[in-house]
Design a protein around this ligand. Structure first.
Ligand code: ZN
Length: 440
């Protein structure tokens, strides 16, 4: 902390000292513009956001990224304005609405992301690797990637997991807000009517984690229960990510991460690993305790309104979509004042202090939080403000570039490296059971 307090002074003082000693080589104004100008630093970064729910809009609203934002958070215009280099589009299947057709809906969402890239080849490049992200950046294109949100999408099938990898999916949260047959969620862990795994992961769940490591699909622990989190970290061979999670010390949501969990992510992966990364969620209900408290006060009323809407659709024989439910949730959210922009920076700063600046990044959850975002944070066009606010708190240009995307690229690379090593190991591919399940 002392270092951080000194940092702004040092950054200002060093150019001045250099100028005094060698006025020809270093002009203080030039050095300042290179190292201290937040807009310049932001432009020089490969900015990566690891979670946006826009695919729901592609499928249900026929939204195109070239369209105006409307009620959404992400489009091409805002991507360009905010220098967003890469987005992991969330492939999220609502578990109740799509019961019995998880794979069907998963494939439709995957197709929708690819269709966007196909429609705008001059602006969007569909990629599946860290090198792909860098190549798209060099081509001045926005890189589109995919992550599955919720292990229920694999319908308890390792072959389906492998097929999703082949289609380009590069991370999977082991659960969404629902526990599945092999991993538990923070969303229903206190619900005793739902069966939970004794160790947080069943034997099959451990196979899933191993197979993800072997394939090179990032293991994403956002949404899982605390026990599932720690069990996963014990067995994971590669560093893990939290694609969209905030800090529980600042806002007491079960879905947020305790300081111990933040440190555990930083230490995840095998020996010699550089550790994982926590990508901070922008949702007001995860960032601000007063906002969360106000939400709780409205919760029952909102749940009733959503149920009423579901009943009405059923009675009329109509299919309800996530977008319809979202509209009702927005009406309630609009009654609560938005928290200040600084709450997001507080979480990034907290995670950087607890886990280290190499272990924090951005996971907006755009288009998945009913517009419940801090003031002045509505789309990627507002991303340069994050860089400016971090620099104001003493973060260096290098720190900012790590937070904006460098950390995620590092983890993504390491996950691919571990995958190569595991594939080189002479170990049978998992079919139904992992070999280690057999008594030795
Ligand atoms: Zn989520």
């Amino acid at each position: 902390m002392r270092t951080r307090a000194l940092l702004p002074f040092l950054l200002l003082a060093i150019p001045a000292l250099l100028y005094a000693q060698n006025p020809v080589k270093a002009h203080p104004a030039q050095m300042k513009s290179k190292t201290q100008n937040p807009a310049g630093v932001h432009q020089s970064a490969i900015v990566i956001d690891t979670h946006a729910d826009t695919p729901q809009r592609f499928v249900d609203e026929h939204f195109d990224l070239a369209d105006p934002l409307g009620s959404g958070n992400l489009n091409l215009d805002s991507i360009h304005k905010g220098n967003l280099g890469a987005e992991f589009f969330s492939i999220w299947v609502e578990p109740t609405l799509y019961k019995g057709q998880y794979a069907h809906r998963t494939l439709e969402l995957i197709d929708a992301v690819k269709q966007q890239a196909a429609r705008h080849p001059d602006q969007i490049q569909f990629v599946t690797s860290p090198e792909g992200i860098e190549q798209a950046h060099r081509n001045h294109k926005f890189a589109a990637l995919m992550g599955i949100e919720g292990g229920h999408s694999i319908e308890d099938s390792i072959p389906l997991l492998r097929e999703y990898y082949d289609l380009g999916v590069r991370y999977m949260t082991l659960t969404w807000s629902n526990s599945n047959n092999w991993a538990d969620s923070s969303g229903d862990i206190t619900d005793t009517s739902i069966p939970h795994a004794k160790e947080g992961l069943t034997e099959f769940g451990k196979d899933v984690v191993y197979e993800m490591n072997r394939l090179g699909m990032m293991v994403d622990i956002s949404h899982v229960s605390d026990r599932t989190f720690f069990r996963t970290l014990i067995i994971a061979r590669a560093p893990v990510i939290a694609s969209h999670s905030a800090a529980r010390a600042l806002c007491d949501a079960p879905r947020n991460m305790t300081d111990d969990m933040l440190r555990a992510v930083a230490n995840s992966g095998g020996p010699g690993s550089k550790g994982g990364v926590v990508q901070v969620n922008f949702y007001s209900g995860f960032l601000s305790q007063p906002y969360r408290d106000a939400q709780k006060a409205l919760e029952l009323e909102m749940k009733k309104a959503v149920q009423d809407l579901k009943d009405r659709y059923k009675a009329e024989g109509k299919e309800i979509s996530y977008i319809d439910i979202d509209k009702v949730q927005r009406q309630f959210a609009d009654r609560i004042p938005r928290p200040p922009f600084s709450v997001l920076i507080d979480h990034i700063d907290h995670i950087a202090k607890v886990a280290g600046v190499d272990h924090v990044g951005l996971g907006s959850d755009f288009d998945g939080v009913s517009g419940q975002l801090p003031e002045g944070l509505d789309s990627p066009a507002d991303f340069p403000k994050i860089t400016a606010a971090l620099m104001e708190r003493g973060y260096s240009a290098e720190d900012c570039r790590k937070i904006l995307g460098g950390n995620l690229l590092r983890v993504f690379r390491e996950v691919q490296q571990v995958s190569k090593e595991l594939q080189a190991e002479d170990r049978p591919r998992i079919t139904e059971k992992q070999s280690s399940d057999k008594p030795q």
